[in-house]
Write a protein that binds this ligand. Structure first.
Ligand code: ZN
Length: 315
């Protein structure tokens, strides 16, 4: 009989719930709307209902522990979700004790970036590297650090704000209100902004036929794959800027391995190749075992598998 762990990936619009074996295999998965607007208790009830239905299905099923990953500021020690942009009104919610009351097993919670990093470290592209970072590229740029085989949370659980490292003090405006952050170059707005800027030149590009107000990284990627020079330049510039940030992290923490996930990571070869080139130039003491930048492996399951890995650490 396998040890079974529950992973709960709680997002603003959907909750992804799964059961995972201690070797990272997925045995159950179910996605439901989170319905955050109905309040904490209704959401907790909905999650518990899914898990209880699995227990009814299999009366031998015994869940050793459960992990929750959520996009927000989490106090892991106390099991409290302090605040989260996509959960309006959820302030200082004791989510761990609420879930624990329903499941009758140990429960632990962390933010989604940390959980994804732990998932990739335990069962994905970061396996075997006790000092690694996972960067998630999307609208924002988040990161989770695994140091000495454990998530590094910092003093207030706020570590891993890789996206807000300043790489150009007078650079483009970032969502955080400051200028020149990595996110302002590599996040969705940064990529689209760079397209806009390059289109001011005479360069020919199929991107001229797009409505720029609706342009997504996916569109840019499509054109890059089709050979559009401007689209490729936008990604390689983003990759270079990413590379400067990654080089700094490598120099500070001597991490061994970097995993890139998230929607924009689909543009993998265009971004990663140029990031790797800059990293190789800027990382010190990097000759014996050069740090490699690789794509994440768990994809959509990173949240569930990562949250379950977090739970495994409880046992
Ligand atoms: Zn910023």
């Amino acid at each position: 009989l396998n040890d079974i762990f529950c992973g709960i990936d709680l997002g603003g619009t959907t909750v992804n719930i799964g059961l995972v074996t201690n070797s990272g295999g997925l045995v159950q998965q179910h996605k439901i709307p989170s319905g955050v607007i109905d309040g904490v208790d209704a959401v907790v009830d909905r999650i518990a209902k899914v898990i209880h239905s699995w227990q009814v299905e299999d009366d031998q099923l015994s869940i050793r522990a459960a992990g929750i990953g959520v996009a927000g500021l989490v106090d892991t020690q106390r099991g409290i979700l302090r605040e989260a942009t996509n959960f309006p009104g959820w302030i200082n919610v004791p989510l761990v004790s609420k879930i624990h009351n329903k499941l009758d097993c140990p429960v632990i919670m962390d933010n989604d970036a940390n959980v994804a990093a732990l998932g990739e470290y335990s069962f994905g592209a970061g396996k075997g590297y006790d000092h690694m970072m996972m960067v998630t590229l999307g609208t924002g740029v988040g990161a989770g650090l695994v140091l000495n085989g454990q998530i590094y949370r910092g003093a207030n659980g706020a570590a891993g704000e890789f996206g807000h490292i300043t790489i150009e003090k007078d650079g483009p405006l970032c969502g955080c209100g400051r200028r020149g952050c990595i996110e302002a170059f590599v996040g969705t707005n940064g990529l689209v902004g760079n397209v806009r800027q390059r289109l001011l030149s005479n360069m020919t590009s199929t991107l001229r036929t797009y409505n720029l107000d609706k342009l997504t990284p996916k569109d840019i990627y499509k054109e890059a794959v089709a050979g559009d020079e401007l689209a490729r330049l936008v990604f390689s510039t983003a990759g270079e800027n990413l590379g400067y940030g990654l080089g700094s992290v490598v120099n500070l923490l001597n991490i061994q391995h970097i995993v890139i996930g998230g929607g924009v990571a689909e543009a993998g070869k265009f971004i990663i190749d140029s990031a790797q080139k800059i990293l190789n130039e800027f990382a010190l003491n990097n000759d014996a075992q050069p740090v490699r930048i690789v794509k994440a492996q768990l994809g959509e399951l990173a949240g569930i598998v990562g949250a379950a890995s977090l739970a495994m650490a409880l046992i």
